[in-house]
Design a protein around this ligand. Structure first.
Ligand SMILES: [Zn+2]
Length: 442
């Protein structure tokens, strides 16, 4: 009883302190750097200043007047930018090592162990300047856990450092398709066929049930595989894996629940059906033909090219089983022409990497691949900020350096429009007004 009283007294006291704290406005931080990319303009501004109060941007621009009481952080010959976003990650996994060893580990390790191992993935992503990500699919064979939801919640609660996450829970797909975790294993090795509760659904009603189940369990975005994939053993990379009716059900149910739909798709036929069904983004898109890209432009569908994924797989292609080698080569050969066509046609290109296929924290290497295929550096930067913010549905809060937006601000050495690899040298990261990395040493 006495203890309870004491607790009550302490919390009353804390409440009182908070009350006093609320009277004083939070201190102002002024970030200064030689240049500023505001996330919306086609050029960088000189003499960049961002004023931050609490977790919000109070002002941003060129030569903004700095209030006397502000704490000034001068970042020197650097470029300030909105925090980068990555529309396609799997923070809960790391597939970058040897394929067969990883497959065994998935069977050996408990989900709780895998969950601990994902903590550094979140940290290095944030420290690389990626303050927001979509996590597009997280499931382990024969497990019903939702590790991505737990990771997102732990980050939001301040328990571990990491980016803001929009999570997809289990990828939805067909029996034997790219997301069927038992694909490539002996029949009934896991004692049961996966079902809608693992994301595996056949027929429009089962697809709706899978969407509802995932939203119930914390999904922010819905991910589905409408065509085959590279890193799954028993399917062809470009075949359609959902019917048109299934895709219509997928999009309708997701949009009713106000969730966007991202679909894994390499094949052209499946992409056309998915775009017509109204999906929000096509992930990968390796074999998309010009007509299909035109349809995307017309419908406003985003393309998330994930060039880093194919780059990484191709760099060590000899380590994969023969079936995957053939699929990886075919998809990579097709994707460069597809990307150039998408640029020419003016398809909205979102920045997304498929981090997990390569080690987390290397996300910014996507910039040099995009510009290498003809994208202007400034457009690549826009893609990783305001374009992604729009795709994520968070453009009113994030994606640009403007008064009233949440204070996710990064700085990189040099000028990324002159040398895009500057994006790989992020040395200052602020998320939600809090400095999470500040390495001002030259
Ligand atoms: Zn992926």
């Amino acid at each position: 009883m006495q203890r309870l009283f004491l607790l009550g007294a302490i919390s009353a006291l804390l409440g009182l302190t908070n009350l006093f704290a609320a009277d004083a406005p939070p201190a102002i931080i002024a970030l200064k750097a030689a240049r500023l990319f505001d996330g919306k303009s086609k050029t960088l501004l000189p003499n960049g200043v961002v004023l931050i109060q609490g977790n919000t941007i109070a002002a941003a621009g060129s030569n903004v007047a700095i209030p006397d009481k502000a704490q000034i952080i001068d970042l020197g010959d650097a470029t300030l930018s909105p925090g980068f976003m990555d529309a396609h990650t799997h923070v809960t996994f790391d597939f970058s090592g040897n394929y067969n060893e990883l497959r065994l580990r998935m069977l050996d390790e408990n989900v709780s162990q895998l969950a601990l191992e994902m903590i550094p993935n979140a940290r290095v992503t944030l420290e690389a300047g990626f303050t927001s990500v979509r996590d597009l699919g997280s499931s382990f064979p024969n497990s019903h856990d939702f590790p991505d939801v737990s990771l997102r919640n732990a980050i939001n609660a301040g328990v571990i450092p990491g980016p803001r996450m929009l999570v997809a829970t289990h990828g939805i797909g067909a029996t034997g398709g790219h997301f069927d975790g038992t694909n490539g294993f002996r029949d009934m090795l896991f004692g049961a066929e996966p079902d809608w509760s693992n994301g595996i659904a056949d027929g429009p009603d089962a697809i709706r049930k899978a969407v509802r189940f995932e939203v119930k369990n914390g999904a922010d975005v819905i991910k589905a595989a409408v065509s085959g994939g590279v890193l799954s053993l028993a399917d062809e990379v470009d075949v359609p894996q959902l019917t048109s009716a299934e895709m219509v059900a997928l999009v309708d149910e997701s949009h009713r629940l106000r969730k966007k739909v991202a679909v894994h798709c390499h094949g052209d036929e499946a992409a056309r059906e998915a775009i017509n069904a109204g999906v929000d983004s096509i992930e990968h898109g390796s074999f998309l033909k010009s007509d299909t890209l035109q349809l995307m432009k017309q419908k406003g569908t985003y393309l998330t090219p994930t060039l880093m994924a194919s780059e990484w797989v191709m760099a060590k292609i000899g380590q994969y089983p023969p079936a995957i080698q053939a699929k990886g080569k075919a998809a990579t050969e097709a994707r460069s022409e597809m990307f150039r066509n998408a640029l020419k046609i003016g398809v909205k290109i979102s920045f997304g990497t498929d981090a997990a296929v390569f080690p987390h924290g290397m996300n910014a290497k996507e910039f040099v691949l995009m510009t290498g295929l003809g994208m202007k550096p400034i457009d690549a930067l826009l893609s990783a900020t305001s374009v992604d913010a729009e795709l994520f549905g968070v453009a009113s809060k994030l994606g640009t350096l403007e008064k009233g937006k949440l204070a996710d601000v990064i700085a990189m050495r040099g000028d990324p429009t002159a040398d895009i690899t500057a994006t790989e040298r992020v040395f200052f990261v602020m998320k939600d007004g809090k400095i999470v990395k500040n390495d001002v040493k030259p």
